[in-house]
Design a protein around this ligand. Structure first.
Ligand SMILES: C[S@@+](CC[C@H](N)C(=O)[O-])C[C@H]1O[C@@H](n2cnc3c(N)ncnc32)[C@H](O)[C@@H]1O
Length: 302
């Protein structure tokens, strides 16, 4: 039920404020199914959690569907909520109700559901961004925390878009969004349809029905150098690589690294030098090292 007293606190008709005592309502299902991320992905929605991440979502251009928070946070979020132009429902829930969602104590208890935007097209990407382009692609990266950290690094170093390969997890998984600290709301993403789901892509407007290999090939044809970050190449070290022109840096998975097909689709492979006793860096750390070198070569670290 809408609480007339609470609603009258808000100026805008777009906001609906409702007190809830459980997550049984159908419109609250995205919160109740937080542990079933594929359902959310199919619907083209994601869950943001934590005050900072929800705050960044409300400051972004992403469409927000609803917000759930304890009543004590309502005042803090009010200016951001009132500035939104789409219809949003704000559900007020006691912390103990919120904890039924996760089964453990939630520190802040602030959550929101947003819509995953449609992907940017390669045309848009190539024509609308400043040159030299800086893109990042990931192959078979499945760990949501790593994906989130990688997104955060990309935004920190001015990457213009992230291409997420068809064997990767979605960067809109709750843990990825949380680990990105909400920076995912600033990064254009091209998500490629997961293997076996390609025929369904039309039902998921945020997903593109092409493979990473196909996209890298097109990027190369259109003047973007594709550079694989590969710990096991002895051909070129990071300090010898040239990042002055348009480039797309390609990173691999936690276990197997870059697949042979993706490696073959790149112009070259480049390694951060490491002692023989260490196999590789964590992918998030490798991304930060590569992007620092790009920024240094492009004169952006002064
Ligand atoms: C944990 S590593 C993968 C390790 C994997 N065992 C392998 O053989 O490639 C994840 C990704 O981070 C990047 N990476 C990690 N260490 C790197 C290094 N020393 N040089 C270049 N890229 C690196 C690569 O893109 C790699 O695929």
């Amino acid at each position: 039920m809408c609480d007339p007293q609470l609603v009258s606190c808000f100026n805008l008709e777009m906001l609906r404020v409702e007190k809830i005592s459980s997550f049984d309502l159908p419109e609250l299902q995205p919160y109740a199914t937080m542990k079933r991320p594929l359902e959310q992905e199919r619907q083209g929605i994601f869950v943001a959690e934590g005050t900072k991440v929800v705050q960044r979502l409300l400051e972004s251009r992403f469409t927000v569907v609803s917000v759930v928070l304890p009543e004590k946070w309502l005042g803090d979020f009010r200016p951001l909520l009132e500035a939104r132009t789409e219809p949003i429902t704000v559900y007020l829930a006691e912390k103990k109700i919120l904890e039924t969602l996760t089964g453990f104590s939630m520190f802040q208890g602030v959550l929101a559901v947003g819509k995953i935007p449609p992907p940017v097209s390669l045309d848009e990407l190539l024509s609308k961004n400043d040159k030299p382009l800086l893109l990042v692609a990931v192959d078979a990266l499945t760990n949501a925390e790593n994906l989130g950290a990688l997104v955060r690094n990309c935004v920190a170093f001015g990457v213009q878009a992230l291409m997420v390969g068809e064997t990767c997890s979605s960067p809109f998984l709750r843990r990825a969004v949380r680990n990105s600290m909400g920076t995912i709301f600033q990064l254009p993403v091209i998500e490629l349809a997961r293997l076996g789901q390609r025929h369904q892509f039309t039902t998921k407007p945020h997903v593109t029905s092409r493979t990473l290999v196909e996209c890298l090939k097109e990027l190369r044809e259109r003047g973007v150098r594709c550079i694989a970050a590969h710990p096991h190449t002895d051909k070129k070290l990071l300090s010898q690589a040239d990042f002055s022109d348009n480039c797309c840096l390609v990173f691999g998975s936690e276990g197997d690294g870059i697949s042979l097909a993706v490696l073959a689709a790149c112009d070259e492979a480049v390694a951060i030098p490491m002692p023989p006793t260490v196999d590789s860096l964590n992918v998030g750390a490798a991304v930060a090292v590569f992007l620092y070198e790009v920024a240094r070569q492009r004169g952006k670290m002064d």
